[in-house]
Design a protein around this ligand. Sequence first.
Ligand code: 13P
Ligand code: 13P
Ligand code: MG
Ligand code: MG
Ligand code: MG
Length: 386
Amino acid sequence: MKTTISVIKADIGSLAGHHVVHPDTMAAASKVLAEAKAQGVLIDYYITHVGDDLQLIMTHNRGELDPKVHETAWNAFKKAAEVARDLGLYAAGQDLLSDSFSGNVRGLGPGVAEMEIEERVSEPIAIFMADKTEPGAFNLPLYKMFADPFNTPGLVIDPTMHNGFKFEVLDVYEGEAVTLTAPQELYDLLALIGTPARYVIRRIYRNDDNLLASVVAIERLNLIAGKYVGKDDPVTIVRLQHGLPALGEALEAFTFPHLVPGWMRGSHYGPLMPVSQRDARATRFDGPPRLIGLGFNVKNGKLVGPSDLFDDPAFDESRRLASVIADYMRRHGPFMPHRLEPTEMEYTTLPLIQEKLKPRFKKESDMYKTKESVYTKGKSAGESQD
Ligand code: 13P
Ligand code: 13P
Ligand code: MG
Ligand code: MG
Ligand code: MG
């Protein structure tokens, strides 16, 4: 029988700002999942958090997008949000964008990463969960894990990985996906995923046999809501070993704290810092963007584990580098490229300020008695030469 791993997450309110999930809200969600397990809807579950995001890790035999499993998650979030309201937690119910549930949680606010798999004899997985960033933040590390032999020597050494992997890439603006094969189409792949705000890796398959190796929660909250309602704070599930990246190859991809969009008010680039569960709290400038990793084995749907993967001095230097980068980026204050580019700021409250200033703009030609502005001439000047 196939096993489905469903990671469904939402920010239902948090303590002292966008900081950390309150344990009472986790307990409320836990009660709902325990009931679903007793009723046989779930085989197993594990509840955790990264920063202000409540994470429901669930296993079952019901397949992806199952109404019953999604309803269970939705009810768990609702109950947790009630507790958040009672406690006066900040932004209670933040990611629950709809009042009613309809079939599954896609488009209602929560993030979803699900995979239905045929369990291997041993099925090691890692679940990576981030706060204060968006789904494209996983583009670079997933590329490294599944396509870069400098990160993953298994791509060179292991005959069962040697034919590479294919990447399903979603254009989140158009709602269209393309599948590109590595290493054959590596440069095409990079041409897209190098723009992570638009092109997001959604699924990765092994070329040899189409084995599903990784899934990413691709929900972009601002595109669903049409305005800024908090950051997406994505998750990814990665299957490991035996013809897939080794655990250590998956973790190696996060040693470089690359710059990701998010952080304060979802409006700034900052380094993705791998931390232990204990340090999974957003603090400095509401961050820096945090990543936790939990390792499990899945056996007959049971979640064996977890191991807290970044709770390790081997990542101290990555964290230190992330802190140095955080200092460097912060010193730009409200200037780009610390602050996001205008297209990404469209969904924030910045346009209100720009709108207010609009009537105060005067034509340059009126101010300086020139015929036309030298800056608008180029508009019809034709194609760029590079
Ligand atoms: P072990 O001998 O510890 O099982 O290591 C195998 C391996 O390939 C580690 O990457
Ligand atoms: P969250 O999406 O984690 O709630 O972040 C919101 C925010 O604006 C942090 O500054
Ligand atoms: Mg929040
Ligand atoms: Mg969050
Ligand atoms: Mg969020």
